[in-house]
Unconditional design. Structure first.
Length: 356
């Protein structure tokens, strides 16, 4: 039987070890992981344009899935035997990829994925072992982060994994980051510098998440890209294809946030403002977190007049701003909660692909 005819017969069946649906176009790296898992197990079908509960929605006409597939294949070593084609079912345009079982182990950038039931799993996931007798809060935060990986966008998975790496650094270097206790800022000069770097990384990762999420939204619903904003020919030519341009544009959207203007970013980014997740008080709170990051990154933590505009009466010009590990974790916890709420709302509104 022709494999396209086979696709028409299996669409509507529940997801399984040999079948996965994605309602919208996922990023190429995530397509590669799914293809890799099929090739390393029994083979299978990835069908785009169908929801997890087997509802046929169809794919947007604006982006070509072939480009994502080709980029996904470039990430696979060795390349498995696959076939791919657009398929019309119930007058809806779907995209199907058939993957044969491979005789050799397939990897994505050195990582091997396999199918377990209807899920794509890393064959040997990295387990983080924390020091016995260390700061107990680290283990609690890590457990919470691990739970949040379920039903998350790929942007959120990456966000969480970065935060877990920060937890491991703090656990390994507790003697300089909190030599007395986590509630007091370290007096160790190396520890002060590292604390500032870690806090800046916490905030940078929040911005990266928003950029990655916008990329996923743009891929899923390219019509949300349409605006009157102009771009230069150079900006377009510096991108190899439309997907690269979308990623570039998503990063450009973050520029106002990087300058500390949360309200400006939300106002100019309809994809985020439409989610209606962050009220004014929360925007102000995030703005203060961004200002601390700016102070650490550009002033080595020395308070200036601009900083005092956001923290009236709390500090004096020329004083050194320090944060204890406990305080850094409080900010990490808060940004994690913000990301979780944004992610759930975005998945619901834009029907984004979720981790499997």
């Amino acid at each position: 039987m022709d494999w396209i005819e086979e696709i028409k017969k299996i669409v509507g069946q529940p997801e399984s070890q040999t079948l996965e649906y994605k309602a919208v176009l996922p990023p190429s790296r995530n397509v590669a992981q799914i293809l890799c898992s099929f090739a390393n197990t029994e083979g299978g079908f990835l069908i785009l344009g169908v929801t997890d509960d087997s509802k046929i929605n169809g794919l947007s006409e604006d982006f070509h899935a072939n480009t994502i597939t080709h980029k996904a294949l470039d990430l696979l070593t060795p390349k498995p035997n696959i076939e791919y084609q657009y398929v019309s079912i119930e007058d809806k345009k779907l995209y199907a990829i058939k993957v044969d079982k491979s005789d050799s182990i397939i990897s994505v950038e050195g990582k091997v994925y396999i199918r377990k039931g209807s899920r794509t799993n890393l064959e040997d996931p990295i387990t983080v072992n924390f020091n016995v007798g260390g700061y107990e809060k680290i283990k609690l935060i890590n457990s919470h982060l691990e739970e949040l990986k379920n039903d998350a966008t790929y942007a959120k998975i990456s966000f969480i994994e970065h935060y877990q790496s920060i937890l491991k650094i703090v656990d390994d270097l507790g003697d300089i980051l909190y030599p007395e206790n986590p509630e007091n800022p370290t007096t160790n000069q190396e520890g002060k510098i590292l604390s500032r770097i870690l806090f800046s990384s916490v905030v940078d990762n929040f911005e990266t998440y928003l950029s990655d999420l916008l990329y996923e939204i743009f891929l899923a619903y390219p019509e949300t890209l349409k605006s009157q904003q102009t771009v230069t020919i150079e900006e377009v030519l510096n991108c190899s294809d439309l997907q690269d341009f979308v990623k570039f544009w998503a990063k450009q959207k973050i520029s106002k946030l990087q300058k500390g203007s949360v309200r400006g970013f939300i106002k100019d980014t309809k994809q985020i403002s439409d989610l209606q997740v962050l009220n004014k008080d929360e925007q102000d709170k995030i703005e203060k977190i961004l200002q601390i990051r700016h102070l650490y990154a550009h002033r080595n933590g020395i308070v200036d007049e601009k900083f005092l505009q956001f923290f009236t009466g709390e500090f004096t010009i020329g004083s050194e701003h320090q944060m204890a590990i406990k305080k850094i974790f409080e900010k990490l916890d808060y940004l994690t909660d913000v990301v979780n709420r944004i992610d759930l709302s975005a998945i619901n509104k834009y029907k984004l692909s979720r981790s499997s």
